[in-house]
Design a protein around this ligand. Structure first.
Ligand code: ATP
Ligand code: MG
Length: 561
């Protein structure tokens, strides 16, 4: 299939694959992989890689493996393995029965290392870490050969076996590839391929005392799995000669092609698991799935949809040029998805009470509201109405500017889907704060239409006070206060936005929003934004809690200008 027929914009990776298919390379198979290290939760940058790898496999009727790159036992944990699988699934991708772990290949990798030693292409080096660094040279100066570089094959085999058996302490020896200490590419200056770590691994337990390094593990895992296109981020470009060297030097099943693309950077956040872990560990956020986090689990909890995240990844495209994407791009994908899909509801975030004097005290009725203004198929619902309703405090002004359309003394306004009311008076407390607004209503205007044709310009939302559900609403802002938190003064932690979470505790919701069967629905609260029930907080605190997913309009870009 050409990209035209697929109706997706082309990119340089699709072009490479199209060419490979035209030449019948790899027997016309496309096999990719997503290779996370299970040392943290996935973030939106990983989503880009997931969409790319799984997306290409889908487009070209190939397959994509999920491979845990678990060669760093100190930092890895099964909790992360679980969360990664949950996140990939939630995004809508399926790895079938191809869940792999680099640790599954430890024995094979060990045999490959032996093969390297036997062919004179690897040696055990007994320099200490800082000496190895010193011998490595710099970008300007070539490195120096290790004094252990010419150990005999027998000695190397013997030492490597002892390393495996756990006969040495951490750091006593390493296994290095014998390449070229004067290579202009530092990665080729006899890179370490195995190190001693006398620690337990979450999957292999205490079976191993040595663990293979990323550069050795990754290319061989790709080859073992028959990967055709090994797609990674740009920082691995300089590692490609080593990727190719290992596969060319060893007798491997196949030689996948490494292709690099620019990683996703998003403004006002950080995108590194190490930094995100630090935020979690230092309680700067409430866990990995804090809705302010750029993690997939945080976005899920906040109410983002898989469709919106996928659309975002498609829209930003795949290039070889580093750039930083504005948060507004992601948010507009969410808005576009929710605008058509989210049913409407009414909620009052900062309530003030209205009493409708001429509405009978004991009367209650139902008014009919559309679930979506442009989609009749989404149907209607009934909302209870009575003499006292809540409106937003800022929908009333005692001294309004000219052309003010909302509620003010002597002026009429429409309560959405209910009646037209007129403000008669306000009641204040001893500090002058308004505690109640007294109104009258026109009984002839049920549904919000006048009988005599008079025009009512303003429409506001409301919730019946007798029927309202109390809720806590959490408004989220940017996690960091500057676009590039790493570049500001101090560390990124110093650039956290202290106002990134605003909890409103006295919100009033229409009753339907508390019903348990509606708990997975993302709503548009009319005139306010998109909201999603936070099931975890609701359960923990016993208070009905909603998260703001996103505002209705992009106030952020405007504010910056
Ligand atoms: P981090 O720097 O956040 O810890 P990582 O690259 O170390 O990320 P891995 O678990 O090794 O994390 O990443 C798995 C895959 O996701 C890799 O192929 C990596 O290239 C890709 N990836 C990671 N971060 C991004 C990003 N910001 N944009 C695109 N792809 C990414
Ligand atoms: Mg990594």
């Amino acid at each position: 299939m050409s990209t035209e027929e697929k109706n997706t914009p082309s990119n340089f990776i699709r072009n490479i694959i199209d060419n490979d298919l035209a030449e019948n390379k790899n027997n016309s198979n496309v096999v990719t992989r997503f290779p996370p290290e299970p040392n943290g939760f996935l973030h939106i940058g990983h989503a880009k890689s997931i969409c790319l790898n799984f997306g290409l496999a889908q487009e070209y009727s190939g397959k994509c493996n999920l491979r845990f790159d678990d060669t760093n036992p100190e930092k890895e944990d099964d909790i992360y393995v679980k969360s990664i699988k949950e996140d990939v699934k939630w995004l809508g991708f399926d790895w079938g029965d191809t869940e792999y772990h680099a640790s599954d290949y430890f024995e094979k990798l060990y045999l490959f290392a032996i093969e390297l030693i036997k062919s004179g292409n690897a040696y055990v080096c007994s320099l200490q870490g800082d000496q190895i660094r010193e011998y490595r040279g710099t970008l300007k100066e070539p490195g120096k050969n290790s004094p252990y570089r010419d150990r005999s094959i027998e000695e190397n085999l013997d030492l490597f076996e002892k390393m495996r058996k756990g006969e040495f302490k951490d750091g006593e020896h390493v296994l290095r590839a014998k390449i070229d200490m004067s290579s202009p590419n530092i990665n080729m200056r006899d890179p370490i391929i195995y190190r001693i770590r006398n620690v337990e691994h979450q999957r292999t337990g205490n079976e191993w005392s040595i663990y293979p390094m990323y550069d050795f593990t990754h290319c061989l895992s790709d080859s073992i799995e028959g990967i055709t296109h090994s797609i990674c981020t740009l920082e691995f470009e300089d590692h490609r000669p080593l990727y190719d060297w290992v596969l060319d030097t060893l007798n491997t099943p196949c030689h996948p092609q490494q292709i690099e693309f620019a990683r996703l950077n998003l403004e006002y956040t950080v995108m590194s698991k190490r930094k995100l872990l630090e935020l979690v560990d230092s309680d700067k956020v409430n866990g990995w799935d804090d809705p302010r986090m750029p993690t997939i689990s945080g976005m899920r909890r906040r109410g983002y949809t898989p469709a919106a995240i996928k659309e975002f990844c498609e829209r930003i495209g795949v290039t070889k040029k580093d750039s930083s994407i504005e948060m507004g791009v992601l948010e507009s994908c969410i808005r576009e998805d929710l605008d058509s899909a989210a049913p409407r509801a009414m909620a009052v975030l900062d309530p003030v009470k209205i009493t409708i004097e001429n509405y009978p005290e004991d009367k209650e009725e139902l008014v009919i509201a559309k679930n979506h203004p442009n989609d009749p198929e989404m149907g209607t619902r009934e909302i209870p109405f009575c003499r006292e309703v809540y409106i937003e405090r800022d929908d009333f002004m005692e001294e309004p500017p000219k052309k003010y359309k909302r509620l003010t003394i002597g002026q009429e306004v429409r309560l959405r889907y209910a009646y037209i009311i007129k403000c008669e008076n306000v009641i204040k407390d001893e500090n002058g704060n308004i505690t109640e607004i007294i109104c009258s209503y026109d009984p002839e205007t049920k549904g919000g239409k006048t009988q005599d044709g008079r025009k009512i310009k303003g429409t506001i939302h409301w919730v019946s006070s007798r029927h309202a559900e109390n809720a806590e609403i959490r408004l989220y802002d940017r996690l960091f206060s500057i676009a590039n938190p790493d570049k500001g003064e101090g560390g990124y932690i110093d650039n956290l936005n202290s106002e990134s979470l605003n909890i409103l505790k006295n919100c009033k919701l229409e009753p339907m929003l508390a019903e348990s069967e509606n708990r997975d629905i993302r709503y548009q609260f009319e005139r306010i934004g998109y909201f999603y029930r936070d099931k975890i907080s609701s359960e923990e605190s016993g208070n009905l809690t909603y998260n703001r997913i996103v505002t209705l309009r992009d106030s952020w870009t405007k504010a910056k200008k």
